[in-house]
Design a binder for this molecule. Structure first.
Ligand SMILES: NC(=O)c1ccc[n+]([C@@H]2O[C@H](COP(=O)([O-])OP(=O)(O)OC[C@H]3O[C@@H](n4cnc5c(N)ncnc54)[C@H](OP(=O)(O)O)[C@@H]3O)[C@@H](O)[C@H]2O)c1
Length: 258
């Protein structure tokens, strides 16, 4: 992906990784449109950063259809889609209480990007240099015990990215997968201060440097994600799995009552 001159739609960019990349992409000469479900958050971002904004709830298919049509109508030059919105919930599958969290995670993390890509696929193929930037995770490659559905959704995003890249070959559309490691954001309670997670600015700076230096990359892998990303290839998967899950609140609690 070219690092400048794009018009980039980031649904789920009101904070965290999406916002950190949005400010840096804007500084590199891109027009950035932030999508989010909080009008107050969008207004504050427009005032502070001058982003264009669009209301969207990526759990709601009608909202995706309406917001995508609005973006394409207001910004016909929009050539980069970054389905960033994601949720990560702790689940304990030893009792059925996990089901609602699991379903909402699949809707947000898998159906959301699929529906967004469907809404943009014809438009993107009409423009040169278009890019779909998917957002997976190191946890697609080695699972965190406390978040079964989240791990599965990110594995799905990884495999979808690899497959649609094959389908878009020969068109104007590239598929680029972000593979963040654990990054200090509000994705889960306490995650923004987790000393084992990568500071957000550090992650965003390294990811931007890779975007700039590797315009033909299929994945943006900062150094810290390679521990997970290549565990299987290196042959130390079992050790990495054990280290990742060494401090695990679920393992330490009894089976919950039904
Ligand atoms: N942080 C990490 O360790 C990490 C690692 C790997 C991958 N990722 C991925 O990176 C992406 C961004 O996460 P983050 O870490 O930056 O977390 P975050 O700070 O919690 O940001 C998540 C963003 O998604 C938005 N969002 C969630 N559900 C939405 C919905 N239904 N409609 C519209 N927007 C919605 C949130 O907006 P609201 O304010 O409306 O909720 C927020 O802007 C996610 O896909 C996540 O899975 C994160």
């Amino acid at each position: 992906m070219n690092i400048t001159g794009n018009t980039i739609f980031i649904p789920g960019g009101t904070r965290g990784i999406g916002l950190a990349l949005a400010t840096r992409l804007q500084a590199k000469g891109n027009t950035v449109i932030i999508g989010g479900r909080s009008a107050a958050a969008l207004d504050a971002l427009a005032a502070e950063h001058g982003f264009a904004t669009v209301r969207i709830d990526t759990m709601d298919p009608d909202s995706i259809t309406a917001a995508s049509a609005e973006v394409i109508q207001r910004f016909p030059e929009v050539n980069v889609l970054v389905p960033m919105a994601g949720i990560m919930r702790a689940e304990d599958w030893r009792s059925p209480g996990f089901l609602q969290d699991a379903e909402e995670t699949v809707i947000t993390n898998v159906l959301g990007p699929i529906r967004l890509i469907a809404a943009f696929t014809e438009h993107l193929q009409s423009l040169p240099g278009a890019t779909i930037v998917t957002v997976a995770s190191g946890l697609a490659h080695v699972p965190l015990r406390v978040t079964p559905t989240y791990n599965a959704t990110k594995a799905a995003v990884h495999r979808l990215s690899e497959t649609i890249r094959l389908q878009f070959a020969g068109t104007s559309v590239s598929v680029l997968e972000l593979v963040p490691p654990s990054v200090q954001t509000e994705l889960m309670p306490g995650h923004d201060t987790d000393p084992h997670a990568m500071p957000l600015d550090e992650y965003a700076d390294e990811a931007m440097a890779l975007l700039e230096s590797q315009p033909d990359a299929h994945e943006i892998q900062v150094e810290r994600v390679k521990f997970l990303r290549y565990a299987e290839v290196r042959g130390d998967y079992d050790q990495v799995l054990a280290i990742l899950n060494a401090t695990d609140p679920i393992a330490a609690t009894p089976v919950p009552a039904r």
